[in-house]
Design a binder for this molecule. Structure first.
Ligand SMILES: O=C(O)CCC(=O)C(=O)O
Length: 260
């Protein structure tokens, strides 16, 4: 029995799943959180959120209104999920034997938060190489078109890295990086609370505002990368992140293993 089985449902991708992922660039994993995992995750994440975030302010950016970084420093269930949960093996099936955590954050669009987040690739923010990083979004609420679910364009990862000339604000992650996309090809990713969506670092995706009025849309966003992944925008220095499987050629990444 896995020590976190009470909170997470462990599974592996089948060969068909992996083929589908290669072709479409995304997969949905149903019920990856157990009912108690979902309850605990919501509780701990909301505690961190309420301690640091203010009510929605339309004059502020999406990032200011909707993002809380490094949730694994603030919630033990999020930390266990990130470093020892089912996504670790799933990420390893896609990326390879050596992987590290690259990003952990909450993207919460609470009721009344009508800010959209335009089309982008996750590897457009802080480009990592090799180009096989995996984004995972775990829904903490049922999410649909009404409350601002994610939309993506199946197969759009095949166009590779979209080069954007970034402004100073974008480089320091204070401003969004929006790219062109064909809205007609977009598909809404409606999910039930406790499901996870995983996608390739080049997947084009966006979300609209939460216009549901009486429903929040809370998402736990975790990203995994090859343990040797470097930051292209930062003189190709290794991205620091905890090693969760295998090893790294970089001493500083191996040392990071011991940290939270
Ligand atoms: O949570 C959202 O609405 C969008 C999040 C997203 O696409 C991202 O953080 O890259």
């Amino acid at each position: 029995m896995n020590k976190h089985e009470q909170y997470f449902n462990y599974s592996f991708l089948s060969k068909e799943d992996i083929n589908l992922f290669d072709e479409k660039g995304f997969l949905v994993i149903k019920k990856i959180l157990t009912p108690s995992g979902l309850t605990q995750m919501r509780e701990e994440c909301m505690k961190a959120w309420n301690a640091q975030k203010q009510a929605f302010d339309p004059s502020k950016s999406w990032l200011q209104n909707s993002l809380l970084v490094n949730i694994h420093h603030q919630s033990s269930v999020a930390r266990n999920y990130y470093f020892e949960g089912p996504l670790v093996d799933i990420a390893s099936q896609i990326i390879g034997p050596n992987i590290k955590g690259a990003t952990s954050q909450l993207t919460f669009k609470m009721r009344g938060n009508t800010k959209p987040f335009g089309w982008h690739q996750d590897n457009g923010y802080g480009e990592l190489e090799p180009y096989n990083a995996l984004t995972t979004l775990t829904a903490l609420d049922d999410t649909d078109r009404g409350n601002g679910c994610l939309w993506l364009i199946p197969g759009s990862h095949k166009q590779g890295q979209i080069k954007v000339k970034q402004t100073e604000e974008q480089k320091t992650k204070q401003a969004e990086i929006i790219v062109d996309a064909d809205e007609d090809l977009a598909v809404p990713m409606e999910m039930e609370a406790g499901d996870a969506l995983i996608f390739n670092c080049w997947m084009l995706h966006k979300s609209d505002g939460n216009y549901a009025g009486d429903r929040d849309r809370r998402i736990l966003f975790l990203r995994y990368a090859d343990a040797d992944a470097v930051e292209v925008y930062n003189n190709r220095k290794p991205r620091l992140g905890r090693l969760v499987k295998g090893s790294s050629i970089f001493e500083e990444v191996r040392a990071f293993e011991k940290e939270l």
